[in-house]
Design a protein around this ligand. Structure first.
Ligand SMILES: Cc1cc2nc3c(=O)[nH]c(=O)nc-3n(C[C@H](O)[C@H](O)[C@H](O)COP(=O)(O)OP(=O)(O)OC[C@H]3O[C@@H](n4cnc5c(N)ncnc54)[C@H](O)[C@@H]3O)c2cc1C
Length: 360
């Protein structure tokens, strides 16, 4: 027989990404936390591994980022490219280049002992009332039922917590990333490339040097047909201009939020808080999401460390600066996605492109 006390926590967090780890860390100030992730840890998350200054600033109180997770070249500057109009603008926007799996693993290692980690434990559903939440986790041993005063859903772009709340899922971009072998050095920049050759379903491609490989990624609009074939074509075109790009070692696919309006942002409901991509927190213009996951995860954890009855209100208050930052970015979206916006970019001097990019 299971001991009911063993299955009762102060807070349950679903998802051990950056949002879930910081949420669990701070929530543990009020009592035991269960951090459940559907994957085995360390997990593998499809990502460029570019840490924005906002991520670095948020991480400062938690210690130094270990050198062992930093990739070469250490710093990369964002470069805007429009191949159709032969525009190239290297900006002042700089990122720390890291191994994403190393970064996620380092974060998990910061957790105190009061956080119990359950790997391969997928939240399949939950119920809630005024006293708290009861959560079902699918584990290799069968369904485990656990309860807590609060649940924090930090389970990413396809959040099961969000869906169980009855809130519609946002549409998702389709992203593909290849790890391409390098035959010689490429420029130490984070290239973002717009081109029409791939068709209207294609958003943009990016190239990031990462040690002895380059990550070559493409972002396609929701419901793109045959994205794998389109990614083959993207790589072919890139190889014509960047001959150092060799064969692909590996390809991965993922979903990224396709945010259309501030209505896509949701803090949660009752005893359930949503953090990171699960709550719609990321940059709608650049796709940068780690800094939003870190900040909202931290805020959800701080709110959960106080009274459970007022946690959602407190969380909404704490995340006000992040929400106004996302709202501001939404204003740029129509211009960025339009042909006119891309056309105008051709006439804007580099220092202005640089300044605008800093805010996207
Ligand atoms: C191709 C690609 C490249 C990107 N590159 C960058 C970049 O360079 N820089 C940047 O800042 N951002 C980047 N992003 C965005 C960034 O990766 C995300 O915004 C960030 O990881 C969100 O963190 P999170 O904690 O909210 O969710 P995630 O990191 O997605 O973590 C969610 C976790 O929840 C777990 N989970 C899912 N369902 C369940 C369930 N039912 N029960 C329990 N656990 C569950 C998953 O296994 C996962 O571990 C990129 C995204 C993509 C797709």
């Amino acid at each position: 027989m299971t001991n009911p006390a063993e299955n009762r926590y102060a807070t349950i967090v679903a998802g051990a990404g950056p949002a879930g780890v910081l949420a669990a860390m701070h929530a543990s100030d009020r009592g035991p936390v269960l951090l459940a992730d559907s994957s085995s840890l360390p997990r593998s998350k499809s990502c460029g591994g570019m840490l924005h200054e906002l991520s670095l600033e948020t991480l400062r109180p938690y210690g130094e980022i270990p050198e062992s997770i930093v990739s070469a070249p250490r710093t990369v500057h964002f470069r805007y490219n429009d191949w159709d109009r032969r525009i190239e603008r290297t900006t002042d926007l700089a990122f720390l280049n890291v191994s994403r799996s190393g970064f996620d693993d380092w974060l998990v290692g910061l957790l105190p002992d009061t956080v119990e980690i359950a790997e391969r434990a997928a939240l399949t559903g939950f119920t809630q009332d005024d006293a708290g939440v009861t959560v079902d986790l699918r584990t290799p041993e069968g369904i485990r039922t656990v309860s807590a005063d609060l649940l924090i859903g930090a389970d990413g772009a396809r959040s099961q917590v969000r869906r169980t709340l009855g809130i519609r899922d946002s549409a998702s971009y389709v992203t593909l990333q290849d790890f391409v072998e390098l035959d010689g050095d490429i420029e130490p920049v984070f290239d973002c490339i717009y081109m029409r050759d791939i068709g209207d379903e294609f958003g943009y491609a990016y190239v990031v040097p990462k040690g002895d490989v380059a990550i070559v990624g493409s972002v396609f609009y929701p419901r793109t047909k045959r994205p794998w074939e389109k990614q083959d074509r993207v790589i072919e075109l890139l190889r014509e201009r960047i001959p150092q790009l060799g064969p692909s070692r590996e390809r991965e696919s993922a979903a990224a939020l396709y945010l259309r309006s501030p209505k896509d942002i949701l803090h949660g409901s009752g005893r359930v808080l949503l953090a990171g991509e699960a709550g719609g927190f990321m940059s709608p213009t650049s796709g940068e999401g780690i800094s939003y996951a870190l900040r909202t995860g931290r805020d959800a954890g701080l709110a959960a460390a106080g009274s459970p009855a007022t946690a959602l209100a407190r969380y909404t208050e704490l995340t006000a600066p992040v929400v106004s930052d996302i709202r501001r970015r939404f204003r740029w979206l129509p211009l960025m996605e339009s042909r006119a916006g891309k056309y105008l970019a051709g006439f804007v001097p580099t220092p202005i492109v640089s300044r605008v990019t800093m805010g996207l």
